[in-house]
Design a protein around this ligand. Structure first.
Ligand SMILES: [Zn+2]
Length: 157
């Protein structure tokens, strides 16, 4: 019977069933070039375990994924590809533009005048009371998470 893993292109790359241009791999994460680069040098870092969302990823693997992301961002900078800056992008959920439902961190080089755009209005500045109220709501939700469900460290890829 076909599993989620069988149907997933990133698992396919991790398992060697699908061709990928591999940059880095270890027992927890894998990095490869995306087939739809924003700019040349655009790569993806994924956990080997098939998880769709951040909430499904154990924190240790998440921490390792970010460690590898930081190193590869530095590698992109020093690789000779045109790179004056780096963007990281992680789409967590369909509304956030996630298209492949295997968690992945985008790492892509940026340079002055490139075509990448983030279409958002960054000029809106809510009143301080609104920010304080939002901070309180999220602080409370975070505390509930920490109290009721300790960080997940039990998942093995
Ligand atoms: Zn997968």
């Amino acid at each position: 019977m076909a599993s989620e893993r069988d149907a997933c292109v990133f698992c396919g790359i991790a398992d060697g069933r699908v061709r990928g241009s591999i940059v880095y791999g270890d027992d927890q994460v894998l990095a490869f070039m995306t087939t739809g680069p924003v700019n040349p040098g655009h790569l993806l870092v994924v956990p080997r375990a098939h998880v769709a969302l951040m909430a499904e990823l154990d924190e240790e693997t998440g921490a390792h994924l970010f460690r590898v992301t930081m190193r590869l961002a530095q590698a992109v900078r020093s690789s000779g590809v045109r790179c004056e800056g780096i963007n990281l992008f992680l789409a967590d959920g369909e509304a956030a533009f996630q298209e492949v439902f295997h968690l992945h961190m985008h790492v892509f080089p940026r340079f002055q005048g490139d075509a990448f755009k983030l279409d958002a209005d960054w000029s809106i500045q809510p009143p301080r009371e609104e920010l304080d109220e939002m901070a309180a709501r999220i602080r409370e939700a975070h505390q509930k998470l920490v109290d009721s469900e300790p960080p997940r460290r039990d998942m093995v890829p």
